[in-house]
Design a protein around this ligand. Structure first.
Ligand code: AMP
Length: 137
């Protein structure tokens, strides 16, 4: 059982921001900046792509509300939403969660190393066709 399931069950405490039938949001215990929060589905899944549509919809509804309240209370005007899937992608808690991380002009917040390169359009077109076909199917 993940530590977030234990929080959802009330077995361990958290600094709760919002809770409804499908979602809970609370402050991260090891924040990158003041207001750093986690928005968590109550459904026990490891990866985002495993979630039910009902959980996904509830998360989608909660995230903007949680972010707006955090901005109002912290005075931040910028923030990142981060969602890690898999150990390779920096996931440490194996229960789906979205980070909402306020970014301040003194550098507090999420640091990003974005090693991008221009797309290969031929390969990109072929890949997009295959993914789109899966999405239609
Ligand atoms: P991730 O790398 O996306 O899996 O991040 C997991 C996050 O969960 C980290 O930022 C941790 O600080 C946070 N975390 C772990 N345990 C707790 C807890 N008991 N209460 C609040 N946040 C937690």
């Amino acid at each position: 059982m993940s530590i977030f399931t234990r929080i959802i069950r009330g077995d361990i405490p958290c600094h709760r921001l919002l809770e409804n039938e499908r979602v809970i949001a609370f402050l991260d215990v090891n924040p990158l900046s003041p207001g750093h929060a986690l928005v968590v589905p109550k459904e026990e899944k490891v990866h985002l792509h495993e979630l039910s549509e009902a959980s996904a919809a509830a998360l989608g509804a909660a995230l903007p509300r949680v972010a707006a309240a955090i901005l109002s209370e912290t005075g931040a005007t910028a923030y990142n939403v981060l969602q890690n899937n898999g150990v390779l992608a920096h996931q440490a808690v194996m229960h789906v969660h979205f980070h909402v991380i306020p970014r301040f002009d003194d550098g507090r917040g999420l640091g990003i190393a974005w090693k991008a390169a221009p797309i290969d359009h031929a390969a990109g077109a072929a890949l997009a066709d295959r993914i789109a076909a899966r999405l239609r199917g």
